[in-house]
Each structure stands twice: as C-alpha cells, then as structure tokens.
Design a protein around this ligand. Structure first.
Ligand SMILES: O[C@H]1[C@H](O)[C@@H](O)[C@H](O)[C@@H](O)[C@H]1O
Length: 592
C-alpha cells in the first residue's frame, strides 16, 4: 500500500497541467550563469509577490470563533475547583461526591471525543462545532439551575460531552481551513484559548461570586453559557471545512468556501491539489472495513497514530493538570497558610500558562513544531530539581527552626513510623516537647521556601506552555490524511482525556505515597521518556500542505533525530504556470 501512495505522489509531481519544478538553491543559481540567474530572479520576484499577499481577515475570524470551543474547555475544567469550594459547604458534599463531580466531566469528554470521530466524518466539522456549543449551553443551564447534587452530576456529564467533541473537532476545522504558512499559528490559538479560559476561571473563582453566601457557584458554572451561545450563533454563519466538502463530493460549494476563506485570491492550484489528493485517497482507501482498522493496517497512518497518541499521552504524563488543578493545594502544602493568597497565587500560575502559550503561538511557525516540543519537554523534565531533596524520601521529614525572616538549624530526620506528624527522634520527635520556633514539616517544604515552590511551578509552566501544551493538538490536526483525520484526532483526544483523568485522580494518592516532590520527580522522569519519544519519532510539519504531510510517515517510525537535518526539507516545488506558488517556510530565508 505504501508503494501505491509513493506512485501517487510521483504521478502528481509529473502531472503536466500542474507542472512542478524543483527550486534550485541560491548556490546553484549563482553557478549557472546569466540565464539561470535570470530564472532565479523571476522566481525570487514571484516568491516576493507571493509572500506579500495579505492573509484575508476571514480566516482569523473563523479561527477565533472556533477557538471559543477551546475557551470553554479551559473555563469548564478550570472553574470547577472554585465552584466546589462553595458547593461542598452548601450541598454538604462528601469527598467522594466532589471527586465524582470533577472527574465525571473529564471521563465524559474522553468518551465523546472518541464518538466525535464518526460524527465528524458523517456530519462535518461545522455541525459538530454547532452541536458542541449547543451541548455546552444546555450543560451550563442545567448546572446553574441544579437543585441537588444528582442534577449537578448530569450537568457536569453534559458539559463533558461537549468538551470531548469540541476538543477533537476545533483543531481539525482550523487546520483544514488555514493556509499552510499560518496553520500552526492558527491551530495553536485554540490552546491559547484553553489556557485563557483556565485563567479567566481562576479570576472568577477569586472574584465577587466567591464572596456570595449562597449560589455563587451557580454564576460560576452558568457563565459558560455566554461564550457557548456566541459560538453557536457565530457558526450558523460560518462555512464548513472545504476539505470535508470535497470529500463529500460537494465540489462547487467547496470552491466557493475556499475562495471565501482565501479572500477571493486565486485558489485553483490549492483546490486542484486537495481534490486530486482526495480522489486518489478515495481510490486507494475507499472501501474495506472500519477506518480505525484501515489506519492500523496501513503503516504510515499507524505510525502517525502512534505519534499523535504518544504526544497526547506524554503531555498529560508530564503532570500539567496536577499543576492546573492543584496548584493552590500545592502552594498551601509548601507553606502558604492563607487560603485566599494560595488561590490568588494559583491564578498567577494560570496566567503564566496563558502568557507562555502566547509565546508558543509566536514561535510555532518560526522554530517549527518539533524543536518547540523538544525544547519544551526538556525544560519540563528539569523543573523539579530545585526543592528539598529531603522531601523526596517518604521516610524522612524536615525539622527546623524559624524566625520571622528565615529558616535555620534545619535537618532531615527519619519520620516516626507510627505517625508522620513527628520525627523518630530528636527535637521534632515529640510534639508536646516542641518548643516555640521549632517546626516539623512532613510532605512539604517550610514556609520560607514556598517562593521556591511557586517559582518551580512558574518555571515549569514557562517551559511547558509554548510547546508541550499546544503542540500535541496542533500536530494531531496535521498528521493524518483526510480519510483518517477524524478518527485519528478522536483517538488522540480520547488518549489525552483518559490520561488527564488518570493523572489528576491519582495525583493526591501518589503525592501521599511518594510526597509531593517524589510525585513531581515521577512526572519529571516520564517527561524525560517523552523527550526520547519526541526526539526519535516526531517529524517537522511546518509549512507543508496537509496533503504532503502523510509522506513523512512513509519511512520507519523512529529515525532518531534525522528529522533535525534539513534533508528532505530542501525539496521545494513551485508552479511554473499560473500565479499560485507554494513555498515552504524555508523559502523565506531566500528572500531578501
Ligand atoms: O493543552 C492543554 C493545556 O495545556 C491545558 O493547560 C491543560 O489543562 C490541558 O489538559 C491541555 O490539554
């Protein structure tokens, strides 16, 4: 089958009408005398003209309206912790009910992301986004009106169903509508909106609603109806993905949409190329069993699926949501004793995540997905090395003296086997004997080190947010051929949500057993594994057309870093006839 696809690509590049030539490098232009040089000049002029073409505003409008799905993702997963503080008092919720209310949304999202694959294939991206925003609105209304915890649970499950569908559809819709040179940036805007939603949620948690004696949680949870309705009504007027339309044979409509999105520029080459790719795909993969089976039995899509799901798995295993969901608790354990301060500091961490995702939006088309993701995961795995080594050992605790400014006379001492509240011997061995100014810290660093923990969390987010946060979503929206795109994204989003629920549900237990710092070392180790996976298996997709990306998975999965060389990236084709030139971002370096 892979030979077949190779043949197909050869055919496309030899096609007369869409005649393509290899663009010579600068060096070869200079060494080939005047005529070659003037061809080179013409090409340069053409490139310059191409690069001056303004990207129509419509594609940004489309990306922003779609990314409201990301905002709801961030808001709904973020606001629940603040709402829970109020709910547990008002509805007398047990710990089990609190856990169920928080994780039911994430669990429902995992299931509906998987189901979203078929819905996308059958009804299209636009209908799925409309459906998700409708579900979000219903969920918001149910939550804000809930008379008891059972109805709350129903509302949380409804919201989760919307989340799963939105999380797998929005990146695909944006990727399929964007021009190649902006695709990474526009898809990454979706993650920017996720982290923006988390940040706004953290502000709302602290804001006026949290001071209401009754029903503050209703406003917190119900507020999500506003962006959901904006998205719903916006999408009534926004078009379907042109690629999905072509796949369904609605070619006239697809042409109209593509030309609308491209601001009436000449779309002939882009349209032809998408259409011929899809027709070839139809011929090669038209029949023969469920899509997931066809993906698993065809090596390039199997490899893409491994890369896509692996990225999502490592994103979650590197512990992002232990920070996003528990940062207030972590800060309290590290010595911040005032509740309100801990919650405000948690908002600072959410803001850092947002701000540095913006850096990711800026970097993605400059340094590419691969380098950004690798740099990010390295930073992520290094972050935890700064805190007390003593805390790593569940058998030890920290005995210290403290005055108003500093910690002194500290030592790491074995914990009493019978009670972790005191040391096995010494100054901290008997709580009643502990005189004023002597403290015993088990499972956290003493107060004057809490800034180290806050700094640790911030440094972690500074390295996580530009790469590991957005890239798994961005890369997944690009690496599958059209016939496998919905299913590929459904699976990888399902993996993301599943590991999200696994890591966030087990975090407190893991921390109890290994201490907070031990748990962080565990995630750090997993992130290091993730680095090896990314280094070996993730190819660069920057600047390529969606239809070209599939060929990156034709060779062996783990090529151990050969992607870093520019080999293969030098093959640039420009069209000789007509006025549409396709350039990868490498071309930018040729243009003065
Ligand atoms: O990419 C996002 C983002 O990084 C969020 O902050 C996180 O909560 C999500 O789980 C993740 O998928």
């Amino acid at each position: 089958m892979s030979n077949l696809m190779g043949e197909r690509r050869k055919k496309v590049s030899e096609d007369g009408e869409r005649s393509l030539i290899k663009a010579p490098s600068n060096a070869s232009i200079n060494s080939q005398g005047p005529s070659a040089a003037s061809t080179g000049d013409m090409e340069r002029a053409a490139r310059k003209q191409f690069q001056q073409e303004v990207t129509p505003a419509f594609v940004y409008v489309l990306a922003v309206f779609s990314a409201l799905g990301g905002f709801l993702f961030g808001y709904d997963t973020g606001v629940v912790s603040g709402a829970m503080l109020l709910l547990k008092k008002e509805m007398n919720l047990s710990a089990l009910w609190q856990e169920v209310l928080v994780s039911s949304t994430v669990g429902a999202a995992a299931l509906s992301a998987l189901a979203g694959g078929s819905l996308n294939g059958i009804f299209g991206r636009r209908v799925c986004i409309l459906l998700a925003s409708f579900i979000f609105s219903v969920g918001g209304v149910v939550l804000s009106a809930a008379p008891n915890k059972e109805v709350l649970l129903v509302g949380r499950v409804i919201v989760g169903l919307g989340l799963g569908i939105a999380s797998m559809t929005v990146p695909v819709y944006i990727a399929e509508s964007s021009p190649p040179h902006l695709r990474g940036q526009l898809v990454t805007i979706n993650t920017l909106f996720i982290t923006g939603g988390q940040f706004i949620a953290s502000i709302i948690e602290n804001g006026a609603f949290s001071y209401l004696r009754y029903d503050g949680w209703r406003y917190m949870l119900g507020l999500s109806v506003v962006p959901a309705l904006v998205q719903f009504f916006g999408f009534l007027f926004l078009p379907e993905s042109p690629r999905w339309l072509i796949q369904k044979g609605l070619t006239q409509k697809a042409r109209r949409v593509l030309s609308q999105i491209r601001g009436n520029q000449n779309i002939d080459e882009e349209y032809d190329s998408i259409r011929s790719s899809i027709e070839e795909e139809e011929k090669d993969f038209g029949g023969g069993g469920p899509v997931i089976w066809r993906m698993l039995t065809y090596p390039p899509t199997r490899r893409a699926l491994i890369v896509g799901c692996g990225l999502q798995m490592f994103q979650q295993l590197s512990g992002i949501n232990t920070v996003m969901y528990y940062s207030a608790t972590i800060l309290q354990m590290s010595g911040v004793r005032d509740d309100k301060l801990a919650i405000w500091l948690a908002a600072v961490t959410a803001f850092t995540n947002f701000l540095f995702t913006l850096v990711g939006v800026w970097l993605v088309e400059r340094v590419g997905r691969r380098r950004l993701t690798m740099g990010s995961i390295i930073g992520t795995s290094l972050r935890y090395r700064s805190c007390e080594p003593c805390m790593l050992d569940p058998g030890c605790g920290f005995c210290y003296r403290e005055n108003s400014t500093s910690v002194f006379a500290s030592s790491c001492v074995l914990v009493n086997q019978a009670s972790t509240g005191e040391a096995a011997w010494g100054r901290c061995s008997n709580t009643t004997q502990m005189t004023e100014g002597i403290y015993w810290a088990y499972n956290y660093c003493p107060t004057s080190y809490s800034w180290v923990v806050l700094l640790g969390l911030i440094l972690y987010l500074v390295s996580f947010a530009p790469g590991m946060g957005p890239m798994p979503w961005t890369v997944n929206s690009e690496i599958y051929p059209l016939w496998a795109r919905s299913t590929g994204n459904a699976c990888s989003a399902g993996v993301n949500w599943t590991f999200n629920v696994l890591v966030s549900l087990t975090f407190l237990h893991v921390a109890q057993y290994l201490t907070y710092f031990g748990a962080f070392f565990l995630y750090s180790g997993l992130a290091a594994l993730g680095f090896v996976f990314i280094y070996c298996c993730l190819p660069e997709t920057k600047g390529l057309r969606l239809e070209e990306i599939e060929s990156l998975f034709e060779s062996r999965l783990c090529t151990c870093g050969v992607y870093d060389s520019d080999e293969g990236r030098q093959i640039e084709y420009i069209r000789v006839k007509g006025s549409n030139y396709h350039l990868s971002d490498n071309d930018a370096s040729d243009v003065e």
